[in-house]
Design a protein around this ligand. Structure first.
Ligand code: ATP
Length: 328
């Protein structure tokens, strides 16, 4: 494998690269404001046009040096153990650390601690945020000093949703969602997220999307290319106009997610009846993301969702927020 050149990054913030014994990084979850899906490519991946927004549901990864006698291993501990989150090589945090080590020739290993706040398998890219945080934390701990461009390349190799949490704020995604362009915007948006009792598998939702598109297009399937983002959406972001943004929210995976979980329709209705501008399935679901016009309405929507008993939990978060950053 070609090693990436590990050089001190002049833009690196936080502890001096390579000198710290512990580096803590925070990275945000996301909501898709727009998600258009094309027909699967020959490699099986679906081409996407999407608009990501980073929300204040924050994952924290702490990377620590190991004792000298334990050096060379990559280990992961969860701050709150969860049966749905593996701690071995299946975890994106471990895979991210290993990929960076291989790409830069580092052999010293790391102890990683993960604190999760993004719902697991909820369509909010929690695992991807963790991987982005792990890349940045290890880059600092090991003093490998890769710049953002190299980290984004490594992130894309880990998964389509991993580059975005490195960038944060609001961004347009092309390719499989990994080719990012930042979008200008102003203002703060108030989101209410209704969490489901059980996660949905992203591949299962895409498979149902393919079945439904084949059935509805007389067997032709989805158009080869995804739709472009409407000008009204980028204009709403530039103006910081929540009501106009609400009108533009769209998710091609919503029908498939609702087909797999019909009870989510009631969650959407409850949120909109309580004053949400719009409520949609977040990414591949099953989280429902409700956009509120202001903080008081967000509180009302959250209360209505809690009282309905139709979801497992409700969390509020404002957006957009910054991408992965070293905090200690
Ligand atoms: P996306 O929106 O990118 O499709 P998601 O938010 O729906 O992702 P994740 O929370 O990232 O889903 O987790 C999906 C699955 O990935 C989990 O069921 C779990 O088995 C596995 N996984 C691997 N690494 C992690 C991680 N760090 N946190 C949570 N789950 C992880």
């Amino acid at each position: 494998m070609n090693h990436l050149r590990a050089v001190p990054d002049p833009d690196a913030t936080g502890p001096r690269a390579g000198s710290a014994t512990s580096v803590r990084v925070e990275a945000p979850g996301k909501v898709n404001l727009f998600l258009s899906v094309g027909a699967p490519r020959p490699d099986g991946y679906h081409p996407l046009t999407t608009v990501f927004q980073a929300v204040r549901l924050i994952e924290t990864v702490t990377a620590r040096r190991q004792a000298l006698d334990a050096r060379g291993r990559i280990t992961l501990t969860l701050a709150d153990p969860d049966d749905a989150v593996p701690t071995d090589e299946r975890n994106l945090v471990v895979r991210a650390a290993r990929l960076l080590a291989e790409a830069t020739g580092v052999t010293e290993g790391v102890d990683l601690l993960l604190r999760k706040r993004v719902p697991v398998a909820g369509g909010m890219a929690g695992g991807s945020a963790d991987a982005a945080a792990a890349l940045l934390a290890c880059n600092h701990l090991w003093g490998t000093g890769l710049g953002l461009g190299d980290l984004l390349d490594l992130a894309a190799r880990l998964g389509a949703d991993v580059p975005f949490p490195l960038m944060g704020a609001t961004a347009l995604g092309h390719g499989v969602g990994d080719r990012l362009t930042p979008l200008m915007g102003r203002g703060t948006y108030q989101w209410v997220f209704a969490l489901a009792r059980e996660g949905l598998s992203t591949p299962a939702v895409f498979a149902r999307f393919d079945e439904l598109s084949a059935a509805s297009a007389g067997g032709a399937g989805a158009p080869a290319a995804p739709a472009e983002v409407p000008e009204a959406l980028t204009a709403a972001l530039r103006a910081g106009d929540a009501a106009a943004l609400g009108d533009c929210l769209a998710n091609d995976l919503q029908e498939a997610a609702l087909d797999l979980r019909p009870e989510l329709a009631e969650v959407i209705e409850t949120a909109e009846r309580a004053g949400a501008l719009r409520a949609i399935v977040s990414g591949s679901g099953p989280t429902i993301a409700a956009l509120a016009p202001d903080s008081a309405t967000a509180q009302r929507v959250a209360r209505a969702l809690c009282a309905s008993g139709a979801c497992a939990d409700v969390v509020r978060a404002d957006a957009p927020v910054a991408g992965a950053r070293v905090v200690g």
